[in-house]
Design a protein around this ligand. Structure first.
Ligand code: NAP
Length: 315
């Protein structure tokens, strides 16, 4: 039987192609208006970072029983509303861990060693007039990771290869890991050179990195955020960067993506990337494959490969 799906965000071309190959009819939330079509939709698909699924949307979709996300974060999904309706949410954990961790290390090097500025220096022909200013050593420095899950641990592994001293803050200590645990983010911030955000977005982590945390990170400290913009208080970060209360920031995620206000663009002590943590061909294919596996299992009434923890069947 032909199944009707609805996109709730842009989806990667690999995934769109795979869904069309399997004869799913994919409606677009932005264009679907026919109530008859809405009543046929049984699953929603979208990316982890852009999808917003709330009660109002679900009220228009009486048959939906699955939200299949191509991404790991699911902070845009109203979990209470989906669970009340018996809808299951799936995501693609693990597929992008290495890429996001790679980018975190890339941003740490870029902001500390000022790689984008050095590139512009050479391109502008400034080198013939003067030598490039001093930068900061990353090897052997102290890194504190907020969120020691899949991505946090992959960042720690990479940081270890740079002989960095590694500590972390998460909801629970991980006694099996050889890194120092901090129950307090404020305390950890005061003891590190790089503070890397790898915790999920959502109400529980909103503005967790606030003015106090940034003050504690101090004028020699760098903030790296590869997780969600919402975890960092934007006004506090802007102020800290403008006043040099911290040394700099490397940001892959923002508060109102893809709109990034000119204030950020004009700062010289930030490196900005457009949410490209998982943007490699290899990872995008793996994410699309796992999303398809979840869709296939759902329509075959089999066990879903990767439901989000809140939707896992109780054992
Ligand atoms: P994960 O394995 O679920 O790990 C999340 C970690 O965050 C866990 O260690 C958890 O602590 C910690 N945490 C959760 N709530 C917290 C809180 N309130 N305070 C402190 N720590 C908290 O997730 P992951 O796969 O590593 O992904 C992490 C996040 O990265 C995703 O949620 C997503 O938002 C983001 N992401 C970004 C990109 C990108 O393109 N830039 C790509 C993929 C993912 P416990 O272990 O103690 O529970």
């Amino acid at each position: 039987m032909t199944q009707h799906l609805m996109k709730v965000s842009n989806v990667p071309a690999f995934l769109m192609h795979a869904m069309q190959q399997e004869d799913y009819i994919v409606h677009d939330h932005a264009h679907i208006v026919d109530p008859m079509a809405l009543s046929k939709v049984t699953a929603l698909v979208g990316t982890g970072s852009e999808s917003k699924v709330d009660r109002n949307l679900l009220a228009m979709l009486p048959q939906v029983k699955l939200v299949a996300l191509c991404g790991v974060g699911y902070d845009g999904i109203d979990l209470e509303a989906v669970k009340e309706r018996g809808i299951v949410v799936t995501h693609t954990p693990g597929t992008m861990t290495a890429d996001v961790a790679d980018l975190a290390l890339g941003l740490m090097l870029a902001v500390g060693r000022r790689i984008p500025q050095a590139d512009r220096f050479v391109r502008n022909g400034d080198w013939v007039m003067e030598s490039f200013g001093m930068t900061r050593r990353m090897s052997g420095a102290r890194v504190g990771i907020l969120g020691m899950g899949r991505i946090g641990q992959a960042i720690a592994q990479r940081a270890a290869a740079f002989d960095m001293q590694i500590s972390y803050c998460s909801r629970s200590a991980k006694p099996n890991l050889p890194y120092a645990f901090h129950a307090s983010l404020e305390t950890m911030a005061s003891e590190v050179d790089y503070l890397v955000v790898a915790a999920p977005g959502g109400a529980a982590t909103l503005n967790l990195v606030n003015a106090t945390v940034l003050d504690n990170l101090g004028p020699k400290g760098y903030l790296i955020n590869i997780a969600r913009g919402s975890v960092v208080d934007p006004e506090a970060l802007l102020q800290a960067l403008k006043t040099k209360a911290i040394a700099g920031a490397g940001l892959d995620v923002f508060w109102d993506e893809p709109r990034v206000s000119p204030e950020w663009r004009s700062l010289s002590n930030v490196v900005l990337t457009p949410h490209i943590g998982s943007h490699t061909e290899e990872t995008r294919r793996a994410m699309a494959d796992l999303t398809m596996a979840n869709l296939r299992a759902f329509y075959a009434r089999g066990p879903l490969p990767t439901p989000v923890p809140e939707c896992k069947p109780s054992t």
